[in-house]
Design a protein. Sequence first.
Length: 67
Amino acid sequence: MNPDQVNCAVDCAQGCVLGDRCPHKEYQNKAANFIKDTSLDKMLEIAEIAKMKKMSEPPKWVIPDEI
């Protein structure tokens, strides 16, 4: 399978189909290291900060083209 023809969001939903040829291997390693090195309490703190930041933003309205 050619890495350029793979839509990772769809094709890899149940696991990477490319294995060692995955173009996102670097990000997989970074994510694995983050999970391994970061405590659950720290992850929850990061999530809470992101949630509070998102809640403090003004609402974003989406107006459809056709009304």
